[in-house]
Design a protein around this ligand. Structure first.
Ligand code: ADP
Ligand code: MG
Length: 314
């Protein structure tokens, strides 16, 4: 066992230009250490570089520079051991259309040099709920079934690290639940899980730790709980007795907004202001309050504050 399942240092990737696409610096010096035993989330908007990072771990994309160590094995020094330590479920649903799930899992096991006697094909297919489709052609499988088959293929060599690139993108709620349950169970049994997602809800529910990546750079890394705690803002929502289009006078540092439903949202810094100071100011304003509630920040606020909304030119 190593302390860190993955260690990445100053990792860079620039895609070479082609006739159609100009060269793209997709990763700009990533430093990332992922502790063994975690469910780790790599979160970022589209085009941030998540798949590039995952595909470098998987050995599918060649890095431009930097160091990648998987389960203690430097990717360049011990390519075989580092590859054997990781299973990757890619984002693209690329499968050989003419293989059945059983054949696809067998072929994969062969690629990893697993002797026939040690293969667990039926067990793996059953774990991902594909037993009754074991002998159907891959081209006849639904999107959700293909994703499960990719998961089965990633598990043939029982790797200590499982990486899933957008595992639940485009899958229905039921399958998402099933995948989450399965991923959690693998983690409980000791597998380190790394998943990328742009669903904040998924990251918040599944991940112990999160790194946020934006335009090829890690902009934050911490436990999910700490990341949310870094958001100091809090919002107080008032429903006035009679509708108003004017904001009451507010203490300095409070941002007021009248929402479409007529409520008044007051956002303030928990560190700098107390709720009492705000209520005192409201009392003096003559506003009659019919109802009062408060909103805590969530991962979405963290995400929005750290990743600038932008249109990527490509
Ligand atoms: P994410 O998975 O976070 O959406 P990607 O890693 O797929 O991001 O892409 C990061 C950037 O690299 C994007 O700007 C994307 O257009 C570019 N990119 C990805 N793959 C290639 C490729 N094969 N050739 C050229 N550019 C690429
Ligand atoms: Mg991607």
């Amino acid at each position: 066992m190593t302390d860190f399942a993955i260690q990445i240092s100053d990792l860079r990737k620039t895609y070479a230009p082609t006739r159609r696409i100009t060269g793209k610096e997709a990763l700009k010096g990533i430093d990332l250490n992922i502790r063994t035993g975690k469910v780790f989330g790599l979160l970022g908007p589209n085009g941030a570089g998540k798949s590039t990072l995952i595909n470098i771990l998987a050995g599918l994309v060649v890095k431009t520079s930097g160091q990648v160590t998987i389960w203690g094995f430097d990717q360049d020094v011990n390519p075989r051991q580092s590859r054997a330590s990781i299973g990757v479920v890619p984002q693209e649903l690329n499968l050989d259309a003419f293989l059945t799930p059983r054949e696809a899992v067998e072929v994969q096991a062969g690629l990893y040099g697993i002797p026939k006697s040690a293969r667990r094909t039926d067990e793996i297919l059953s774990r991902v709920g594909l037993s009754d489709k074991a002998d159907a052609y891959a081209r006849s499988l639904s999107g959700g079934m293909r994703r499960r088959l990719l998961l089965a293929k990633a598990m043939v060599h029982s790797p200590p690290i499982l990486v899933l690139d957008e595992p639940t993108a485009g899958v229905d709620i039921e399958l998402r639940r099933m995948l989450w349950d399965y991923i959690r169970e693998l983690n409980t049994q000791g597998t380190t899980i790394i998943l990328t997602t742009h669903y904040l809800e998924e990251a918040e529910e599944m991940c112990d730790e999160i790194a946020i990546i934006d335009r090829g750079t890690i902009v934050a890394q911490d436990s999910t709980r700490n990341l949310i705690a870094t958001m100091d803002s809090k919002t107080l929502v008032l429903v006035p007795e009679t509708p108003t289009s004017n904001l009451p006078a507010l203490p300095e540092g409070v941002r007021g907004e009248i929402r479409p439903d007529g409520s008044i949202a007051l956002t303030y810094s928990r560190a700098r202001l107390s709720i009492q100071a705000i209520l005192d100011a409201l009392c003096g304003s003559g506003l009659t309050i019919a109802d009062l509630s408060s909103e805590e920040p969530d991962l979405e606020d963290v995400f929005v504050s750290l990743t600038s909304k932008h249109d990527d030119p490509d």
